[in-house]
Structure formats: C-alpha cells, structure tokens
Design a protein around this ligand. Structure first.
Ligand SMILES: [Zn+2]
Length: 344
C-alpha cells in the first residue's frame, strides 16, 4: 500500500533533481522516477488499478509484491543489498520511514554518488530479473543481476567519456570529409536527445500505428514507445497525433533538450509557424505548440528525411500489430541493425 499512500515527498522542492541529476543512463532515471511516482507496474500496483492478477511475489512466491518488497525486502533483494554492503543503511532508513519513496530519496541524500548510481542501477536490474522470471521463466543468480548493473554503468560511463573526448576535439570531426548527411540519421548536439517519430497507415486494419524512439547524443537507444489508434485518418493528422503523443510522453519522462524529428514536412512547418487554423489538423498542431511552450524550454521540432527516420518507421509498422500501447526500455531486435548502422 505504500506505493499510493504518501505523496508528501513530491512537493519538496528540488527533490526530483536527486534522480534526474544522477550520473546513470536515462532509462535508470526514468525507472527510478516511475518507482517514486508510484507508476511502476508491480502486482500490487496493477491490482490497485483494477487488473486481476495474483498478489504474491514473482521471485519468492511469498508475500505481497509491491515496490518495497520486490526492490528491497524480497529475500533475493536483501541478499543483493548485503552483497554490496548497503543492507545496514537500508534497514536503518526503513525502520524510520517504511516507504519506498522516502527510502530512495533518503538514500540519494546519504550515500556517496558512486553508491547512489549503483543503488539505482541495481534496483533496475532486480526488476529486470523479476521480469525475466515472469516472462521467460529464467532464474538468475544474484551475481548475474549485479553483473548486468555494473556492466551497464561501466558502458555508459565509457560512452560519456568518449563523448566528452570527441566534443573536446572539434577540429578532428570538422576535418572529416563531408557525406550526404541529410540522408543519414544525425546525432543531436552534445547533451541533447533526439526523438524520431513516425506514423504508419494500414487500410486493411483500419488503424494508424505510431512509433517513437529517443536516443542520446552518441546515438545510444534510451526509450521507445509504440501504440496505435483507429479508425484510419488523413496522413497529416496521423503524423500530428504522433508528434503530440511524443511530446506528452517525453515530457512525462521529464526530458528536455530534445530534438523531435519527423519526416512529415507539413507538420514540422506548421508547428514552427505562428499561423493558427481551426481545422482538425490545425487544432492538433496548436495543442503541440502548447505542449512545447508549457513543458519544454530547450527543445524543438525539426524535419528529417525519411531515410533518417527509419527506426521510428519500423516501430510504427510494428505498432500496428501490437495489442496495446507500450514503452520499451531495451533495444527491440527488429531495429537493432538500423541502430547499429546509424551509430557508426
Ligand atoms: Zn519476493
């Protein structure tokens, strides 16, 4: 019940910065943010939202699967926290305030930055392990859970170092021969993200599929989302709905500094124009402009050619055959080859 009871932490100024300023991959920040926001799909949470499911823990088949159990108190989690010498601190904090948000925020204030990064990434890895058991009946050892967390952190730190190294030597990149770049996916400027968006239209299914993919400034996959709606609509309207969905989704993840990229020139031109019109298309564009003003400070919408928007295109196609909207935090296999090609 702790997941829905206490919201007081949400009103403390600057608290959220403890999460969003962590030096960890963005998907770990968004994971921790979802846990603290109480929008994290444990069985207890699903049940409180009216989903009929068992309430016992996927990992230990015992107890009540809420965030505090699966991430902290499940025997597997306790052993993990003992292995990394954090259990005594966690146990002490829990005795003062038995609440997952309070625990996370207190730890983020008390632990060293290295410990905070490890704690956040281990929580993510524990949840990943739970999902592997649930979906693939795979039982992982704690050493595997820890290894996934430390590898992810190490890879991310190496990518950051590579980025600061390449941005510190602009003459080298400027000296490279120019390529027909407008046809290739282009990285956003250092410290920025790019969100490619596309819509796909199926007359046989009478649906519009939406796909969107957020990548960082070295091209590393951060998050993706797919969904569809029906019935079929005009192409410009579908593309505008795609942009609106992406703006809402990305702002809910509390990202800014994002280049939103579409291959629909009319949507991009209208969003960037000061002219309003009252058509259905015009109203969606106005709503997009409003989201940009209200929720973003350093983001913009730009046109990218279709060849540079292939990942979003694949996701939009895939969305058509998916039963329900979902967010993906691991690279799906069907876009892996495109991402790999575009990172070179
Ligand atoms: Zn358990």
């Amino acid at each position: 019940m702790s997941e829905i009871a206490d919201n007081s932490h949400m009103h403390v100024p600057d608290r959220w910065n403890l999460i969003w300023k962590l030096k960890v991959p963005p998907k770990i920040k968004s994971f921790l943010w979802r846990v603290c926001r109480g929008c994290f799909p444990t069985r207890a949470r699903l049940s409180s939202r009216g989903v009929s499911c068992p309430l016992d823990c996927v990992q230990c088949n015992n107890n009540y699967e809420d965030s505090i159990h699966i991430l902290v108190e499940c025997p597997k989690a306790v052993q993990m926290w003992r292995d990394v010498n954090l259990w005594d601190t966690i146990d002490r904090v829990l005795r003062q305030d038995y609440n997952i948000h309070a625990l996370i925020f207190t730890l983020l204030q008390q632990l060293s930055s290295g410990q905070c990064e490890l704690m956040a990434t281990i929580m993510w890895s524990l949840w990943k392990s739970r999902n592997m058991k649930f979906w693939q009946q795979q039982n992982e050892q704690n050493s595997q859970v820890l290894q996934r967390a430390t590898h992810l952190l190490e890879e991310w730190i190496a990518a950051q170092a590579f980025r600061s190294c390449s941005s510190a030597q602009p003459t080298i990149s400027q000296a490279r021969p120019t390529r027909p770049e407008e046809d290739n996916w282009k990285k956003p400027a250092p410290g920025r993200y790019k969100c490619n968006i596309d819509a796909s239209f199926s007359t046989s299914l009478n649906r519009v599929g939406l796909g969107m993919c957020l990548r960082d400034d070295v091209g590393v996959f951060v998050l993706a989302k797919m969904e569809w709606f029906a019935p079929l609509c005009d192409i410009d309207v579908g593309e505008a709905v795609g942009l609106h969905t992406a703006l809402d989704w990305i702002s809910n993840q509390q990202f800014d500094n994002v280049y939103f990229a579409l291959d629909c020139k009319r949507v991009v031109d209208c969003v960037n124009s000061s002219i309003d019109d009252s058509s259905e298309f015009g109203c969606i564009i106005s709503a997009c402009k409003q989201l940009l003003v209200d929720r973003f400070q350093k983001s913009h919408v730009e046109f990218n050619r279709r060849q540079a928007n292939r990942v979003a295109h694949e996701l939009a196609q895939e969305a058509l055959s998916n039963p329900s909207p979902h967010t993906i935090d691991d690279v799906p296999t069907y876009i892996w080859h495109i991402l790999a090609g575009e990172m070179q």
